[in-house]
Structures are given as C-alpha cells and as structure tokens.
Ligand binder design. Structure first.
Ligand code: DC
Length: 232
C-alpha cells in the first residue's frame, strides 16, 4: 500500500482475540513497527515472579514498585524468523512469558499504577514518530489517545479459548480447555474492572468482531480503514 503519512494504529481488546495477529500483519503490510505491549507486562511479571514478589496467593506491591528500576525490557528482531522478540534484562524470554503460570499472574502486576506508568512512557517513546501498530488494553485510551486509527478487537469466548488452547498445547501438553477458559474469564474481569486504566472501548474505536471471519478477511477490513485514515 502506498503510504501518504505514517499514522499510529492502536489495537485494544480482551485476551486472545487475535489482536497481535492482526497488529503483526498490519505492521508487515504497511512497513510499520509492531509493539506487543502485553509482552512487556508479561516480562515485568516474569521478573517479579522470579524474585518471589508475586505468586498465586500474594502480590508484594511495595517490592514490585521499589524493584521497577531493576527491570529493562526491549524488543529485538530475530534474524531467522524476522519476528520481534522480547528481552528482559538482555535475556530472551519470549517462551517463558507465554506460559499459563505467567498468564495467571500478569493481570495482578498490570494493575499496579507504577508498573503502568513505567511501561506507558516506554511505549509512547517507541511510537513517537508514528508508523507504529501497538496492541494492548489501554493503547487507544491512554498511550495514544490521538491515534489516527483505533480498533477494538473482539471474538466469542469459545473462539478465544480454542485459539489459546491450540497455541499452548504445544508447549504445555497437560493443559485443558477449561483451565484456559477460566484464565481468560478471570483476566477479562481483572483487566476491565481494575482502577488503573481499565480496558475500555473508546467512543472513536472501530469494533472488529473476528469470531466468524478469517485472518485475511480481518486484515482486509483493517487495511480499508487504514486507507481511509491516511487519506482523511
Ligand atoms: O495481550 P496479552 O494477553 O499478552 O496481555 C497480557 C496481560 O497484560 C493482560 O492480561 C493485561 C495486561 N496488559 C495491560 O494491562 N495493558 C496492556 N496495554 C497490555 C497488556
């Protein structure tokens, strides 16, 4: 697609709705930078888990807040796969952050104001020049409230559970659909009811329900919207 100006694209929605898949495809198509902000919250959570600051039973908010300056997160492109991968204090943690254990703790850590402030500043820096597709929960509402295009992606709970199951069964063969369904339900609840920048659909966000369309159809719909905004 011939680009007129480099716009900012904010993609928000519940867990496992296909936000990252869409964001990656859009970024590839447009030659933009893709930023998976969920990976950043997951990397912080992994660090806190390893330090013993968060587990199933407790969250030591004070330790997490005091320890935030020990955490450095960045993305690097894998030369073989061309995929952007997340690094925690220079360690590649792309696999470690995607386990169900970290998924079950991340919403607790992501609800801490100081954690969000740190990551939002970094996300704004990554997108300050435009030409970015960023996915998360608060991108259109907090990180880039002036984004030219905001998408709110959704899919039915069954479709989302199924997608996550297919992904996780490869690395966690004992996992059950029920565990995943419960984790998604719990995260939806925590992410949308937390005090600090909860997941909300802003008025200017376009709703994209991908329960009954495939990835290409979803991408085509999004590209149509991008064209409109570039010309608008
Ligand atoms: O997109 P994901 O499922 O990898 O995100 C993991 C968690 O991080 C999610 O449950 C909520 C949190 N998150 C957030 O609070 N704000 C964001 N911008 C991105 C993710």
């Amino acid at each position: 697609m011939q680009s007129h100006k480099k716009i900012t694209i904010a993609i928000d929605g519940f867990s496992s709705c296909g936000k990252s898949t869409l964001a990656k495809a859009l970024a590839f198509e447009l030659g933009y930078v893709f930023v998976d902000t969920g990976a950043m919250y997951r990397a912080v959570t992994l660090f806190c888990f390893r330090q013993g600051w968060v587990n199933k039973e407790t969250v030591n908010q004070e330790a997490i807040i005091n320890g935030l300056n020990e955490i450095e997160i960045h993305f690097e492109r894998n030369k073989e796969t061309s995929k952007l991968e997340v690094f925690l204090n220079k360690e590649l943690v792309e696999r470690e952050i995607r386990t169900l254990e970290i998924s079950s703790l991340v919403s607790k850590v992501a609800s801490i104001k100081e954690v969000r402030q740190k990551l939002v500043v970094e996300q704004q820096k990554m997108g300050e020049k435009g030409g970015v597709v960023m996915d998360g929960r608060d991108i259109g509402s907090v990180v880039f409230p002036n984004a030219e295009l905001k998408l709110f992606v959704t899919a039915s709970p069954e479709v989302r559970t199924d997608r996550r199951f297919k992904e996780l069964i490869i690395s966690e063969p004992d996992i059950t659909r029920e565990e995943i369904r419960l984790n998604l339900e719990e995260r939806d609840h925590l992410d949308s009811t937390r005090e600090e920048s909860p997941l909300t659909r802003t008025e200017d966000a376009v709703l994209l329900d991908n329960s009954d369309i495939n990835q290409q159809e979803q991408l085509d719909l999004a590209l149509e919207l991008v064209r409109e905004r570039m010309n608008g």
